[in-house]
Design a protein around this ligand. Sequence first.
Ligand SMILES: *Cc1c(COP(=O)(O)O)cnc(C)c1O
Length: 472
Amino acid sequence: MRYISTRGNAPALDFENVTLAGLAADGGLYVPERWPSFTAAEIADLAGLSYVETAVRVMAPFVGDALTQDELRALCTEAYGRFDHAAVTPLVQLDGRNWLLELFHGPTLAFKDVALQLLGLLFERFLAGRDTHLTVVGATSGDTGSAAIDALAGRAKVDIFMLHPAGRVSDVQRRQMTTVLAPNVHNIAIDGSFDDAQALVKAMFADRGFAGRFALSAVNSINWARLMAQVVYYFYAAVRLGAPERPVAFSVPTGNFGDVFAGYVAQRMGLPVARLIVATNVNDILHRALSAGDYSVGTVTPTAAPSMDIQVSSNFERLLFDLHGRDGAALAATMTGFEASRSLAIAPAMREEAAGLFTSARIDPDAMALAMRSASQTACMLIDPHTAIGLAAARAAELPDVIPIVTLATAHPAKFRDAVERATGQRPVLPARIGGLFEREERFASLPADLAAIENYVAARAVPAERVAIPA
Ligand SMILES: *Cc1c(COP(=O)(O)O)cnc(C)c1O
């Protein structure tokens, strides 16, 4: 399989290079040059397979000959062996038609582990054969940072520098990052907001000399391999609920449009997905885009679901690419206009095409709290604020009764226990596997939100490297 840029002006890459690459050189995102497709018989064959076997079958067309099936299976076995549930992503029935797909059984209690545990192993595997060293830099509002650090801690040929806004991530989130003392892990608390941290990371990438000298790499959801790993659980859940005969809908708490884009990929591959419900909080750019064609950037309002407090959803560009008939030049012009004006009007024909699969909902803080309360009262389940937004959107969706709706449960309630306690009166218990978090030693640097200070810090600790060789 080869991967092409959504902006049509960067070299096509194979799976190994796309995994290490991040953003394309023309500013676009990589997508497979065509969507692989599964027949109904091939989907029916997934029935009863373990998560790992499902993962091997679903990911094989994307991986191509970069790994043998046995190698891919070994990596999946190792990655998903670290989850604390034998089903990896268990499906839990909530009522007659609503289900939760629990994606939080990994080491850091959020769905990002599903992709990042595998990505860490893919990095190690692909770097082993190269004379190079990667420096991963990222900014986090909490979940990506802890999942990426857990996945990369102690791995050869890679250092990770993770910036978080000082005092603005939860205690659990901070400690999940700062108590990892592996020498290749570098936590930096920035005196500023998440947006400041994000802007510093972008500035480091834009400093071409610096980026080249240290082979900077990204692990946020612009990375194709992350999305690929997330396609798997859509197949796994739908097959358990009767696919390919029975269509299934999914409600997805959305920020960067990564997780829900993976659902779109599953549908393009032939999975009978009846509907993808894009659930946002009050930071509703995606809801405005899908319901009214208005993709314009507002200011971010902090909420109890911080991983969805996003205004520009990077992966939306991947959907726009298909809606533009995969015309990279046309999309490049659209995106250049968007980057200048911070606003994009989606043409009615494109909006109609998207509406064939996607609907959206904007869930305000009261409806979110109500969803947490009602899950606790009617089903004796504690759910986290992000999951609550998905569930509220699922309940509001207008769909035929025969279609089951799976809400993606993206975080463990204990990761956001203050918000859960405020809504339900009950304080979620931290799972045993992360017990001791509050006794462990923390290590992190505190730096001003200043590019020179951050670059000096990184330069003093990172290993200079050849830029990862990307074939022309
Ligand atoms: C990252 C995250 C989301 C949003 O996922 P996207 O792929 O960015 O849309 C939702 N919930 C939780 C708990 C997250 O960590």
